[in-house]
Design a protein around this ligand. Structure first.
Ligand code: AGP
Length: 614
């Protein structure tokens, strides 16, 4: 989703801004631009498409004045209002005097625009953003200061957003504001920077200030003045960021997604070791999470994180008997949920910035639920606002399609289920220790599963030209069917759907035709015969059926077109672990099909890594 980077007080500011925008590329965008002052004028360059197009355009400019320019502000745009074209690309300019870059949505922009049209302002873009530079221009012309203009504008704006403004009259200042969308200020020596996240500015600074919701600031080379929603001048805590300098590399893999799939065994060691101590205890603090054993837990999340939540419900209810409600975050906030039977809300988010999940968490807080976040990104908004956080610790995930964050979320949820089961005496010490031992060897089991790569490539060859694909699963593998379908559709653009196998005859079976790929995840959980019989109708109608299954049930039926056997990590294969194992072939399959089809695997069309608008 959109990204912002700005620098004030550093020569060659534009270069640092471009580097920062590169670091935000993973979020997804479809155009980019920068604004800067040179030779006393406000200038801007914009380009549609990837950043290298913008960089090329800039390289054709007169470099000397550009090098001398010590203020620059850049933006990567993910289109919401108005199509992808130069007019709608940020920075959005008013009367060659004010430039604005903006993330999020101004919900009342139509009303503001109508007023500005009546005042004689012309609109060159279809963006909601354009009302902001025009209002700045209007207030500055009326004699208001830059800060006062920004303050007045903020009183008029409704929505969730972050924006930066610069003006020709104030060539050493940036007006910065955030309401819901994240923004971080970097503290340099004789200069300051602003970015959408700490990673985007960590090549320039290692001390940052996170603006709080509703904060705005006036930033110059030597000063940062921050104000809260009540217009009080406030101090916010400066913290040290410990983020790898330099761009994260693909380390020889073709795509970040491929790297992130294959690094799961190594990074999941971090997740596991941070949650199991040397005495084999799971170090999750149930009190801090807000769990009361006579009350239920409600979980909110979006996309892949939501599917992790679905598996979590299955595990927590099965192992501990505590009731779990799972909601799509985007639905929760608007559905007037009854919360009296719950004590805590878990929110799951890789980025910690998904607006729907953040807003669901705020709803939970309003209903007096204790909130606990399972996030990957330290200091993300959800992390900072939750009452308690459990980190998945798998490092930056750059590919838009979630992979390692999904398996790490599953591991956290499984450990929570076990902790609860032990506390409620639903499992004995021997069973508990066996689970812990199995979790500890998960990374090496996942390494074995990744060796199925060639087998998955063979299967992907057979389905890469399909127009539709169905994924089926039962029990804790139903969410994996949904996740497999999401992964495939988002990066290969093949239409894919996931279904609970038992639902086939209630409708989806109408879709079955000769050669339609139907992929079934199956594990020995006692339901395998039922699941196979659910598929019999598809087999007899000529579907191209692919079975992904453990050793015990791989030979349950000889009628499958292809089979992928998941290696068990010991004799007593425990089907509880099946979702974690089966996620790997689902990820590999989507990856290889997309790669074969030549799509932009890491930044698929129309998608963003952190969805920070509703
Ligand atoms: C996953 O592959 C997707 N790109 C998407 O569904 C994602 O999981 C969702 O947007 C939630 O993101 P979050 O975990 O960062 O909140």
């Amino acid at each position: 989703m959109c990204g912002i980077v700005a620098v004030v007080g550093k020569n060659q500011a534009y270069k640092y801004v471009l580097e920062g925008l590169k670091r935000l590329e993973y979020r997804g965008y479809d155009s980019s631009g920068i604004a800067y002052f040179s030779e006393k004028k406000l200038n801007h360059v914009k380009s549609v498409g990837k950043l290298n197009k913008l960089i090329k355009k800039i390289s054709l400019l007169d470099i000397e004045p550009l090098n001398k320019s010590s203020l620059a502000m850049g933006h990567t745009r993910w289109a919401t209002h108005g199509k992808v074209d130069l007019n709608n690309t940020h920075p959005i300019i008013s009367n060659n005097k004010v430039a604005v870059v903006h993330n999020g949505i101004i919900e009342n922009y139509k009303f503001l625009k109508n007023n500005l049209l009546l005042d004689g302002y012309a609109f060159n873009s279809l963006t909601d953003t354009e009302v902001i530079p025009h209002m700045f221009y209007k207030y500055l012309k009326a004699g208001k200061s830059f800060l006062e203009s920004g303050r007045l504008i903020l009183k008029l704006l409704e929505g969730a957003f972050a924006f930066l403004a610069i003006s020709n009259d104030n060539k050493n200042e940036i007006f910065v504001s955030r309401k819901t969308s994240p923004l971080v200020i970097g503290m340099g020596d004789g200069f300051h920077v602003v970015g959408s996240d700490a990673q985007s500015i960590s090549h320039m600074v290692d001390k940052v200030i996170y603006l709080e919701d509703g904060d705005y600031a006036l930033i110059s080379d030597l000063e940062v003045k921050i104000f809260n929603e009540k217009d009080e001048n406030v101090n916010r805590r400066t913290i040290n960021v410990n983020i790898d300098h330099g761009l994260i590399s693909k380390e020889g893999y073709r795509h970040f997604m491929e790297k992130e799939i294959f690094e799961q065994p190594s990074v999941l060691i971090n997740t596991i070791s941070s949650l199991i101590n040397e005495n084999n205890e799971i170090v999750l603090d149930l009190e801090k999470i807000g769990i009361q054993i006579n009350k239920g837990i409600t979980i909110c999340a979006a996309g892949t994180s939501y599917y992790a939540a679905m598996v979590g419900k299955y595990w927590i209810e099965k192992l501990s008997g505590i009731s779990v409600n799972v909601d799509l975050a985007s639905e929760y906030r608007y559905r007037s949920p009854v919360t009296s039977s719950f004590s805590s809300m878990l929110v799951i988010s890789q980025s910690g910035e998904s607006i729907d999940t953040l807003m669901a968490m705020r709803e939970g807080k309003k209903s007096n639920l204790k909130t606990c976040a399972i996030v990957n990104v330290d200091q993300s908004t959800i992390d900072r606002e939750a009452d308690h956080t459990i980190y998945t610790r798998v490092g930056p995930e750059i590919g838009v399609a979630s992979t390692k964050s999904f398996t790490s979320q599953l591991i956290v949820l499984l450990m929570l289920a076990l902790k609860l089961a032990k506390k409620l005496n639903k499992i004995n010490m021997k069973q508990y220790l066996k689970f812990v031992d199995d979790i500890k060897v998960l990374p090496s089991t996942l390494s074995k599963i990744l060796k199925l790569n060639d087998k998955v490539i063979d299967v992907s060859q057979k389905i890469k030209n399909a127009k539709n694909v169905l994924f089926l699963g039962r029990g804790n593998l139903y969410p994996i069917a949904l996740e497999g379908a999401l992964k495939l559709k988002e990066i290969s653009y093949i239409h894919a759907e996931g279904f609970a196998a038992g639902e086939m005859k209630h409708g989806p079976i109408a879709l079955i035709e000769e050669d339609l790929p139907v992929i079934m995840f199956l594990t020995s959980d006692g339901l395998e015969d039922k699941a196979i019989s659910n598929l019999q109708e598809a087999i007899s109608r000529g579907a191209n059926t692919i079975l992904i299954s453990d050793k015990k049930c791989i030979n349950k039926s000889q009628f499958f077109t292809s089979k992928i056997e998941i290696p068990s990590f010991d004799k007593d294969f425990n089907s509880i672990f099946a979702p974690i194992f089966m996620a790997i072939p689902a990820q590999l399959l989507a990856y290889h099909i997309a790669r074969e089809r030549g799509t932009d695997v890491d930044q698929p069309r129309n998608l963003a890594k952190s969805v920070t608008v509703e």
